[in-house]
Design a protein. Structure first.
Length: 228
């Protein structure tokens, strides 16, 4: 069985080779290590190896780790789960990033509850790029109007877009959705030049996502092993 360090190195090699194939620099793609359900000591081990950005979905589990690891400089916590309105305060107080913003009401609450002594909360708009009715995320057509709302909230700082594409084996379908995300980010950046982040790509589709302009891939199991 391979160790955490070996798995981490393997994932970084996959990202490097995908960047090479796409003629992009390795620095242009960030790895978000999705540590949900995994213990703080594993996060600390990756931190020692140079990893800084960690993704979490489950709030209590996340807050326990964030608190336990508060001494680690520059560690960056990204909330990547669905957001219930009674959880916004805890998110606003503990995270640097929220990647799953798709409702005005939630944005308003995060803004109001972000402690004034902290830097504005960095946010990504989650886009329902596959247009599946039951799925989180706003419609592609509504990205610009939602961005305008967010610009009015001083304790939030819009940085770009995030998506979870359709669960499909069709590379063609996936590529079309990633490509549309890339175009949406370019359009968004016309009016909001600070928007440079495109969070898309997971274990099975990271090379395709990188080919289509992803600037952040989110990997859990391949680094930390299976979740029970
Ligand atoms: C869990 C999760 C991931 C990582 O999934 P793995 O299959 O463990 O790599 C990525 N993105 C989001 C939004 C997730 O919830």
């Amino acid at each position: 069985m391979s160790t955490l360090e070996q798995r981490y190195n393997t994932v970084n090699r996959h990202i490097s080779s995908a960047c090479e194939q796409a003629h992009r620099s390795v620095e242009s793609v960030k790895l978000l290590a999705v540590s949900k359900t995994k213990p703080a000591h594993m996060v600390a081990t990756l931190y020692e190896l140079g990893q800084r950005a960690f993704g979490e979905n489950y709030l209590q589990d996340a807050v326990d780790k964030i608190t336990a690891l508060a001494h680690l400089n520059d560690i960056e916590w990204h909330f990547i789960g669905p957001i219930q309105s009674n959880k916004t305060r805890v998110i606003a107080e503990h995270f640097q990033w929220v990647e799953t913003l798709d409702r005005e009401k939630i944005a308003q609450r995060l803004n109001d509850q972000r402690p004034k002594e902290l830097a504005p909360l960095k946010v990504l708009i989650q886009v329902n790029i596959s247009r599946e009715t039951q799925k989180s995320g706003i419609a592609p057509e509504q990205v610009e109007s939602f961005a305008k709302v967010l610009e009015q909230l001083p304790q939030l700082s819009l940085q770009g877009l995030m998506c979870i594409p359709e669960a499909t084996d069709s590379e063609h379908v996936l590529a079309a959705q990633f490509d549309e995300m890339q175009q949406l980010l370019q359009q968004l950046a016309n009016n909001h030049p600070q928007c440079t982040v495109l969070s898309m790509g997971m274990s099975n589709d990271l090379a395709l996502a990188i080919k289509h302009g992803s600037s952040e891939v989110r990997i859990g199991t391949d680094i930390f092993g299976r979740r029970d």
